[in-house]
Design a protein around this ligand. Sequence first.
Ligand code: BJW
Length: 246
Amino acid sequence: MRDQGGNAGSIVVLTGAGISKESGLDTFRCEGGIWSKVSLEDVATPSGFSRNPALVHAFYNARREKLADPQIVPNAAHAALARLEQEWPGEVMLVTQNIDDLHERAGSRNLLHMHGELAKVRCGRCETVICWRDELGLDDACPACGAVGRLRPHVVWFGEMPLEMERIYQALDRCQLFMSIGTSGHVYPAAGFVSHVRTYTRAHTVELNLEPSTGASLFEETVYGPATEVVPVYINALLRGGQLPD
Ligand code: BJW
């Protein structure tokens, strides 16, 4: 599909934990996933953080440490999406629910982290966002305002507003292809993007996932298999064809 400006058409890609699974990072809701080991109420809600900030810091410190492991590297699916952004003659906007930095490391640049970033913390007093690669503890002071014990992970917990929503909905409203990769479709507002696109645009919608997600029936096209296999194949076909599916 070519738009009236002769542009090849714009693409929005939504990714979730499944895309990083084959890089060695756990998903949330798969068997043995993160929510089978810790309670999301304890570690991923503002009230959990108020109750026991040390527990929440330990949870995110462990994940930050794992992400720094040299064995955790971007996989073929991350690489294919970076290549799509570089080679597609229209806009490619990547919206990720993941807080890891594997998309950046693969080379993606037009990227929004709607659930925040593991390598950043935020001050609860002055709201400054700071890059943070080390352990975070209750004694740490904000480098901007000096407040002690007010830093928290820069992630979006349940009940909090995801980041960059205005830019995301603007991109959804002008896209001609919406791809959803490696997400179970349980968490809103991301799980509602496919319905939004189907209601307000004429974009083609495709789900690439290991198995059908909760919202699988909402997609016009579905492709199932490990991300490292299905994503490169799908993107190679897009780039070879040079046009979007109708
Ligand atoms: C593979 C694979 C391989 C495996 N290859 N695939 C009732 C109705 C509707 C909404 C609500 C409701 N009650 C409450 C809400 C709102 C709530 C919500 O959605 N709750 C639901 C649980 C019901 N949402 C919120 O509170 C959000 N805020 C909000 O809504 O604000 C108001 C608002 C509304 C509208 C517009 C704007 C604002 C905030 C949500 C915050 C989510 N936070 C977390 C944790 C923080 C980050 C972190 O610690 O990492 O984000 S929860 C967790 O789930 C994490 C993830 O980003 C998120 C999504 O998970 P994801 O990525 O889908 O992972 P999984 O594990 O679920 O799925 C993995 C998939 O991969 C599976 O399908 C596998 O098959 C697949 N897979 N291996 C390909 N190799």
